[in-house]
Design a protein. Sequence first.
Length: 219
Amino acid sequence: MIEYNLITTKNSVKPNYDISNKDFYFEIYVSPGEELCLLGKIDNNYICWCSITKVTQLNTNEEIINYLLSQSTERLYSSHYQVLGSRYEEIRKWHSFIVTKHWHKGQYWYRSPVSNCFFGPYNNGSFLAREIQKFFLMELSKCQYRLIDNVYVKVLSRYKDILMKENSPEYYLEMLPIKEIINSESYLKLCSNDEIRILYLECFDQCTNLYNLYMTASR
């Protein structure tokens, strides 16, 4: 399975602090074209795994996850933007979810937010591979129902106009209700219609821009 890991000796880095005993968690990205980017993240700075497959490759994804869960060899570390290179910005805009460890029945278990189920550290690749596929299909169906007619496209266009009206820290607070709506409808990142998906992402990006302005001013 190591051949699927996009982290190599050429793009790996030496961490500038000790992360050898840190557990990893899963950060999972899925695209409208059914691509799957699976990251084994240590923290916000480092990853120990990065692979790109298809959501539908259940057997391959199962084997990758089992390999990652049971990996006992010395890990290579890098950052996802260094490994993904020119695809970093593209993949950053895919729909995503995170699987982290939580205390459960006397020990730490991974918990999938898709079904809210816990799973252990060994040979659970089949479960998580199916969870990823379930997430993709469920979120895609939300997108299809939301866009059952052209009404919501007009709503998104209006959101974009409102969000773009001002570019100031104060305006961020005024836009918090729209920001919450946009965040709650991130499944629209899976829309197969490029025009609609781009419109949603423009709204999402402007919410981020306003947030960054607000945080810069707050500091």
